[in-house]
Design a protein around this ligand. Sequence first.
Ligand SMILES: [Cu+2]
Length: 178
Amino acid sequence: MPRDERRASILGVVRTPPPRLRLAALLGALALSACAGGNGDPELEISPAQAAEPAAGSSQVVVEITNGGTADDTLQRADTDAAAGVEVHLTEVEDGRASMTLQDEVDIPAGETVRFRPGGLHLMLVVPDATVTEGGTFDLTLHFERSGEVTIPVEVVSMLDLAENAFDEDGTTAGTDG
Ligand SMILES: [Cu+2]
């Protein structure tokens, strides 16, 4: 057999593996992509939310977002009709001085709970309007990269109640009065 013909026939055998082998390779690839976590979905659960009555032209929102799914999500922004804007801030204390920095977005990793509350990561209403008053409720829309828009009601409470509920020992931010 001439050399070239022999090479061609070897290549021909290599190019067509038995169907069962090809299926095994395909299943292997699927299993690998599952391990990489690339094809799951985030599953968000959002706690009842509360905002403090405004002080000095702003108001903080306390809420917890839990991702019980198998893929990460990202909070990209938040907005409401009840304020000129909603900003995500991170308070950090350095040398005894607290400072807030604006966050572009917040990761909500799979299997984790992210808490927004005073003193750390928080949502801040900028120039809240008259509907943000103690005893009132307004809608807040959260925009997630994967889960899309989620609108939640936010109850307005006194600053003291907000602080108490935010740091409840059992970790819930949904306040129980009395
Ligand atoms: Cu802030």
